[in-house]
Design a protein around this ligand. Structure first.
Ligand code: NG1
Ligand code: ZN
Length: 534
């Protein structure tokens, strides 16, 4: 009897000698070796949907900020979360099975292990970014899904957060927790209306120049603009780096990763002093802001800045609405957050800070423990999530003054403006603009809230990064033995020093972060710690 699973796997055989890992951002590597992985991810997605009783599961084909020749795939859970960890392991295992028969056998094994009825409905929604390898890899996913007998919804080009939005909306449609209309247009309608409502007649000053990394964010932002208030009343947006016709230009000399890593504007940037700019990454799930001051000095307003801006604004709204007794706000960061940002949240905003390992899933999980959890990685990935209790308290709160009523209205609109399924560059960008408009702030005032400690992030190539094992939210190394003591000794030599080394989850390297009171000390510390790691 024909075995459709083995047949699909045979159609896209695994190249020899490549070992795959479902890491922090799914599978991600050179596109030319991803065909077999894609088909197998289709199989996993169908199994996962069946385990969730036919709820929609998402498959996003993207390599985010990586170079154009790379690609990748990540799976999305029914409420728009990242794939559960146990299933990351199953995905890794199936991806590394050598023969089509092994793939089929393992597919059956997963079904038996979780008592999955293979004849029950499976539903999978697929999206992809603008990479040239996208259509081929999509076909590979579809072959897996068809073999597994899944119902398929192909959304074509999507930003990663749009796909998460659609997955969550499909699964909550018709329930009390309906998230939105499960279409791309539904996404624009929801966030466009929320932006208008959150501005409450305030007009953002000047304009915002948005660098779209020559990726999918460009055409999607163009579309979103049609649903925003006209520029005379709302935000004037200039879209740049939106060339998706030339996929080889994706993330090249532009985009959020370029700006954050190089701490400078894209070379093509032509904006004037104090003009607000932001850069999205290749799949529009992260954003960083920046500007040049009147002396032409570049200033980055990264994920830490977005987190502090948004947390302070939400804190004010909660207080002004008379809800401070029932709602507490917390900020979740990783060790890459600038020490000055952490101190500002704790000492000035007087809010609690949690630190988690790198990777959005850890931050999201920690934020879920809070009534309002603001979480951002320094590189611009992040969002805000509200617990159900918090949403209920806000919904039933009776304001006792016009001031409370106004604050409550802004708070409700801001909640709708935030993509709670996942960090979303477009939604985060509009959120920042709302906060700046309400505070009547330009980028200079935003920058003035605290002064970043000079810092350096370096990448050290090592023979085997698995030798580096970290603890304490990846701030300390337990292995190789003795290395942490040496790092501590170097840190103690500089003023306001802090440094840590950890194995990257997405690249074959160890990352070293160092900060200190001055640029020279930070650079020195990074160099010394890198030497220890080598
Ligand atoms: P790794 O390679 O594990 O450091 C990088 C980023 C993360 C996150 C992931 C997923 C840094 C220092 N690390 O992880 O924040 O964005 O990629 O894309 O920016
Ligand atoms: Zn991304």
């Amino acid at each position: 009897m024909a075995d459709p699973i083995a047949e699909a796997a045979a159609k896209h055989p695994a190249p020899e000698g490549v070992v795959y890992t479902y890491g922090t951002a799914g599978f991600r590597t050179k596109a030319q070796v991803l065909d077999s992985v894609m088909t197998r991810c289709g199989l996993i997605a169908a199994l996962r949907s069946r385990l969730h009783k036919g709820k929609w599961i998402g498959v996003m084909i993207t390599a985010s900020h990586n170079p154009p020749e790379d690609n990748g795939v990540k799976l999305v859970e029914p409420l728009g979360n990242m794939l559960q960890e146990e299933w990351e392991v199953l995905s890794t295992t199936i991806a590394n099975k050598p023969s089509p028969e092994d793939v089929s056998k393992y597919y059956q094994e997963i079904a038996s292990k979780f008592s999955i009825d293979l004849s029950s409905p499976a539903r999978v929604v697929v999206g992809r970014d603008t990479r040239a390898s996208g259509p081929r890899l999509l076909d590979c996913v579809l072959d897996g899904l068809k073999a597994a007998g899944a119902e398929i919804k192909d959304c074509g080009f999507m930003t990663t957060p749009q796909l998460h939005y659609i997955v969550r909306s499909l699964n909550t449609e018709g329930t009390p927790h309906a998230y939105g209309t499960p279409t791309e247009q539904g996404y624009y309608e929801k966030f466009g209306a929320a932006f208008k409502a959150a501005l409450r007649g305030k007009k953002p000053s000047g304009s915002l120049t948005v660098d779209c990394a020559n990726g999918v964010g460009g055409p999607k932002l163009r579309e979103l603009i049609k649903y925003l208030p006209p520029k005379e009343e709302g935000l004037e947006i200039h879209v740049v780096n939106e060339n998706v016709i030339k996929p080889e230009s994706l993330n090249v000399d532009c985009g959020a990763d370029f700006v954050k890593t190089n701490q400078r504007a894209p070379p093509s940037s032509k904006v004037g002093p104090n003009d607000r700019c932001c850069s999205l990454d290749g799949d529009a799930d992260r954003v960083v802001f920046y500007f040049k001051d009147s002396n032409n000095s570049f200033h980055l307003l990264d994920g830490d800045r977005i987190a502090t801006l948004v947390a302070s604004f939400l804190g004010d709204l909660v207080r002004q609405a008379g809800l401070a007794d029932s709602i507490t706000i917390g900020v979740v960061q990783t060790a890459y957050a600038n020490g000055a940002a952490t101190q500002y949240v704790e000492k000035t905003l007087k809010l609690k800070v949690d630190c988690t390992p790198t990777g959005v899933k850890y931050l999201h999980h920690a934020a879920e423990m809070l009534s309002i959890g603001v979480y951002f990685e320094a590189n611009g990935h992040g969002t805000v999530i509200f617990s159900q209790d918090t949403l209920d308290s806000i919904a039933k709160h009776e304001p006792s003054s016009p001031g409370q009523k106004e604050a409550l209205a802004v708070l409700v609109a801001v909640i709708n403006l935030i993509n709670q399924a996942v960090g979303d560059a477009l939604s985060d960008m509009l959120l920042v603009e709302v906060v700046l408009a309400h505070k009547n702030w330009g980028p200079q005032e935003w920058l003035g809230t605290y002064t970043d400690l000079p810092n350096r992030l370096s990448k050290v190539v090592v023979d085997d990064r698995r030798k580096f094992q970290a603890t304490d939210a990846e701030r300390r190394l337990v292995k190789p033995e003795g290395i942490q003591k040496k790092i501590d000794e170097e840190v103690a030599k500089v003023r306001q020093g802090r440094s840590f080394a950890r194995a990257s989850g997405t690249e074959d390297a160890v990352r070293v972060y160092a900060e200190a009171a001055t640029r020279t000390e930070a650079d020195d510390l990074a160099r010394k710690v890198s030497e220890l790691v080598k």
